[in-house]
Design a protein around this ligand. Structure first.
Ligand code: ATP
Length: 356
């Protein structure tokens, strides 16, 4: 295993326990994304890996060797920050070359490597410019160039796209994926944006309140979330949840009773228990189908997004969002019946919120 984090904890000097028993193994060349809401401990973990923050307890290994005590340089990591941290008085060329110049690398070698890096990043025509004459996206590319030119083993990125506008973010996202394919560098990437995590990652680590909630491929997390938090965090719009008690194998949804017996053969075991019933907005059908739970509702609002439309519905006192093909958009205030296929229904424990 290339990188190992074993029972890593971070307790800040003020006593705040920011990261609890973090365990993870990362293979060479993997693209791993740490994702979670603000304050969940993802930057703290990344900074411990970078050597910018000391590790309170646990073991951190690179290539099987303990690295807890190693400084950032010895760890062979390069980091890209949210603020690009470019030198304003230096040209793009000199900014990219900076690390190599410091190391005293031969000028010819530097020139060759800067040109190659600039080519990968589409910066060839900008090498003589100062950072102030670049767009946000171009500046971020320079910051990435400065990191990848060092050919280090581990590439760390902390919210690198958060200063870009929505369109630039999408472009840079695919560029980062492309750069990863070309360089094959092991990458750990921090973001609070689930779309970035889903599109970039080989594996995602979902964090909340300093605890890892789940580690898995984007597919794993989307189809097999372990708890309500992961189910609600991954996917856009988020999964719909209905809380209620199982009575006679049924669950109240607004003014209706949903029959859970065909959903789960073991439903008798859940009798009398508080549960959370979950379904994704996009995993529903407006057409009749057999193997599905049927729900009547009223359309409150529709939101046309292009090929898809979000429908905000209400059924009794329960609100939910459905995502449908825009050709199937109903009228506002219309009565609507939709079906949730049995296979798309998730049940969670009402107390622990773990999947049942
Ligand atoms: P964000 O996306 O907002 O950066 P994050 O998930 O990266 O969030 P961290 O920056 O890792 O979160 O912070 C985790 C927790 O640790 C937060 O509650 C934060 O307030 C706290 N924290 C961060 N740095 C310190 C510090 N130097 N001393 C005490 N507490 C800190």
């Amino acid at each position: 295993m290339y990188i190992t984090l074993k029972d890593i904890n971070k307790i800040y000097p003020n006593g705040f326990h920011a990261v609890h028993n973090f365990n993870l193994e990362i293979d060479k060349g993997e693209f791993v994304v740490f994702v979670g809401p603000s304050g969940c401990g993802k930057s703290t973990t990344l900074r411990m890996i970078a050597g910018l923050e000391n590790i309170s307890s646990g073991e951190f290994l690179i290539n099987g060797e303990r690295a807890n005590e190693k400084g950032p340089r010895e760890r062979e990591v390069a980091m890209v920050f949210q603020s690009y941290a470019l030198y304003p008085q230096m040209t793009v060329f000199d900014n990219i070359a900076f690390g190599l110049t410091l190391q005293g690398v031969d000028e010819d070698v530097i020139e060759e490597r800067v040109k190659k890096t600039a080519k990968i990043l589409g910066l060839t025509d900008y090498l003589d410019r100062l950072p102030r004459a670049l767009s946000g996206g171009q500046r971020q590319r320079v910051a990435i160039g400065r990191a990848i030119i060092r050919k280090v083993g581990i590439f760390l990125m902390d919210e690198p796209l958060s200063n870009l506008d929505a369109k630039q973010r999408v472009t840079m996202r695919s560029e980062i994926a492309q750069i990863h394919r070309e360089t094959g560098a092991t990458t750990i990437y921090v973001t609070h944006d689930q779309t970035e995590a889903m599109t970039l990652a080989d594996r995602i680590v979902v964090m909340k309140d300093g605890y890892v909630q789940q580690v898995g491929t984007p597919r794993d997390l989307y189809f097999n979330p372990v708890n309500v938090f992961v189910a609600g965090f991954i996917g856009e719009p988020p999964m719909n949840f209905v809380r209620g008690k199982v009575e006679n194998g049924m669950l109240a949804f607004g003014e209706q009773q949903l029959d859970l017996k065909p959903v789960r053969q073991d439903i008798a075991e859940l009798e009398g228990r508080e549960i959370v019933f979950g379904f994704r907005p996009e995993a529903i059908s407006l057409k009749p189908r057999e193997d599905a739970v049927s729900v009547n509702c009223r359309v409150e609002l529709t939101e046309m997004l292009g090929d898809n439309t979000n429908i905000y519905i209400v059924s009794g006192n329960q609100h939910a969002i459905l995502k449908v093909d825009s050709h199937d958009t109903p009228e506002t205030d219309a009565d609507l019946t939709f079906r949730i296929p049995y296979e798309s229904i998730y049940l969670f424990d009402g107390e622990t919120e773990m999947v049942l």
